[in-house]
Design a protein around this ligand. Structure first.
Ligand SMILES: [Zn+2]
Length: 441
C-alpha cells in the first residue's frame, strides 16, 4: 500500500501534468519508496491499456525492477524495463509507450535520454530521484520541466519511516593531496592515500570503539582498497568480505545470505548500491571513499537508515564527506537549474555542522549559545575573542581540505587563490601573477 505522503506526491505530479508539464521529476529521499511510487504509476497506466517504458541506468537493476513491478501488479505485457543505453541503441524496436519513466536520471548524459524522449514525442514522462543534480552541480532542466518535491529526509526520520542516526567523523588521513578528474576525486590518487597501512588500524579501532560487533557496510575507493580493508578487519578477528560486480553470482549470493544471517559482520565494496545489489539492511555505514558526488554520498550514508526495530543508524565518515555536503538529512533546496555556481565550493558558513573534538560526534548545532555534544556531553567553549580565533583556525583546517582546488583554474576569486597558494606554500607573487592574469587586479 502506498503511504499518505506517497499518494500526495502522485497527486502533485498529476497537478503538474494538468498545468501543462510534460516531464516532471519526482524528488524523494533514499528510503522514501521511490520504486513503489513509479510502480503505482506504471500499474495505473497499464491498467488503462497504456504501454510503459521504464529506463534504468544499470543492467543489474532491470531484473530487480521487474520483480518489484510484477509484485505490485503492473501488467508486464505492457511494460518494458530497459537500460537507457540499450534503449537508445534499439529505439526502432521499442513499441511506442504512452508513459516513459526514468529512474535516477541524473546519472547519464542528457543526450542519451533525449534521443529516446524525442523518438516518442507524444508520451508523457516522469523522472524520479533523490538528488536532482548532476556531478558538476547542474540541474535537470534539459530533461525535466518541473520538480515535484516530496517530504524531506528529516520528515521521514521524524515520522519513523527512516531511522534516526548518529554521525561520527574521525579523520584518518590528510586528504588534501587527492587529485580531481572530471569533477570527481581520482581513484589512483585516493588509493595512494587511503591504502597506507597505518590507516587500517584507525578504521578498526574506531569501529570497535563506536559500534563494536555491529554489522556494517564499508564503502571503499577501489576493489584493491576494498579487499585490503576486508583483510585488515579479518586480521583483527572481525569477519569481513569484499564483494563487487565481478564476484561470480553464486559466490555473491552466498555472501549476501551469510551477511543476512549475521555470519559476516563487515561487507566491503566500492559501488554496491548503484551496481544494483539487493543488500540486506544493516545499521552501520563506514565511509572510506571521499566523493564530490552528493548522490553517492547520500546513497552510501542513508542506506543504513531504513527503519528497523527502533535502532539508530550509525555512520562513521572517515573521509570528511559531511564537510563537503552537510549531514545526509540536511535540508537542501532543489531547483531545475541545479546549484548556483557560488555554492559549488561550499564554505563553513553553508555547512552548519559541528564536530565534537572529544568523540568525533558530528551534528547540526541548535541556534542557541550553549553548544553541547549530544553524544559525550562535551561543552563547546563559549565564544570569546581568543577562542573564536582558535575555532577559526580549526574550521580553516576543515575548509582547506574542502576547497580542494586541483588547479588554479578552480579558483573563482581572490580568496580562493589565497587559500590555494597557502595550501601549496606559494608566495604572494604567485597570487599577484595569477590574479593579474585573470583580470582581478
Ligand atoms: Zn562528544
Amino acid at each position: 500500500m502506498l503511504r499518505p505522503y506517497q499518494i500526495d506526491l502522485l497527486e502533485k505530479a498529476r497537478v503538474e501534468y494538468r498545468n501543462g508539464a510534460k516531464s516532471p521529476c519526482i524528488v524523494l529521499p533514499c528510503g522514501g519508496g521511490k520504486s513503489v511510487i513509479v510502480a503505482e504509476m506504471a500499474k495505473s497506466a497499464t491498467a488503462k491499456g497504456n504501454r510503459v517504458l521504464f529506463l534504468v541506468h544499470r543492467r543489474e537493476l532491470v531484473e530487480q525492477i521487474k520483480h518489484t513491478f510484477e509484485w505490485w501488479g503492473v501488467d508486464m505485457n505492457l511494460c518494458d524495463v530497459m537500460m537507457v543505453q540499450t534503449a537508445s541503441r534499439h529505439i526502432t524496436q521499442i513499441k511506442p509507450p504512452k508513459l516513459v519513466i526514468t529512474d535516477e536520471n541524473h546519472h547519464s548524459k542528457a543526450t542519451t535520454y533525449r534521443k529516446i524522449y524525442d523518438a516518442f514525442p507524444d508520451a508523457k514522462r516522469i523522472g524520479v530521484t533523490a538528488t536532482p543534480i548532476r556531478l558538476d552541480g547542474s540541474g535537470l532542466s534539459d530533461v525535466n520541466d518541473a520538480l515535484v518535491i516530496g517530504v524531506s529526509a528529516k520528515w521521514l526520520i521524524e515520522h519513523k519511516f527512516l531511522a534516526p542516526y548518529d554521525y561520527y567523523a574521525p579523520a584518518i588521513a590528510d586528504l588534501s593531496g587527492i587529485k580531481t578528474s572530471h569533477g570527481e576525486f581520482e581513484t589512483g590518487s585516493m588509493e595512494k592515500i587511503l591504502m597506507k597501512s597505518a590507516i587500517y588500524g584507525d578504521v578498526i579501532s574506531h569501529y570497535k570503539k563506536l559500534v563494536d560487533s555491529k554489522q556494517a557496510i564499508c564503502y571503499c575507493v577501489s576493489v584493491a582498497h576494498s579487499k585490503a580493508v576486508a583483510e585488515a578487519f579479518c586480521n583483527a578477528g572481525i569477519k569481513a568480505v569484499h564483494i563487487d560486480g565481478t564476484t561470480p553470482k553464486n559466490e555473491r549470493d552466498s555472501i549476501i545470505s551469510a551477511f543476512r544471517d549475521g555470519g559476516i559482520t563487515i561487507l566491503c565494496n566500492v559501488d554496491l548500491i548503484s551496481e544494483g545489489f539487493d543488500v540486506p539492511d544493516c545499521e552501520c555505514a563506514i565511509l572510506l571513499r571521499p566523493t564530490k558526488s552528493l548522490t553517492l554520498y547520500i546513497q552510501q550514508s542513508m542506506r543504513c537508515m531504513r527503519y528497523k526495530d527502533n535502532k539508530r543508524a550509525i555512520i562513521i565518515d572517515h573521509v570528511g564527506n559531511y564537510a563537503r555536503f552537510g549531514l545526509p538529512d540536511a535540508d537542501r533546496e532543489w531547483s531545475l537549474q541545479g546549484r548556483p555556481k557560488s555554492e559549488k565550493s561550499r564554505t563553513e558558513n553553508e555547512v552548519k555542522v559541528l564536530q565534537c573534538p572529544e568523540c568525533f560526534y558530528t551534528f547540526e548545532p541548535p541556534d542557541n549559545d550553549e553548544k553541547i555534544c549530544p553524544c559525550c556531553n562535551y561543552v563547546f567553549p563559549k565564544k570569546s575573542r581568543n577562542i573564536e580565533e582558535k575555532q577559526d583556525t580549526e574550521l580553516k583546517k576543515i575548509t582547506s581540505f574542502l576547497l580542494d582546488f586541483s588547479t588554479p583554474d578552480d579558483c573563482k576569486n581572490m580568496h580562493d587563490l589565497q587559500a590555494y597558494a597557502k595550501k601549496r606554500g606559494y608566495k604572494s607573487g604567485w597570487i599577484y601573477y595569477q590574479a593579474k592574469e585573470r583580470g582581478w587586479l
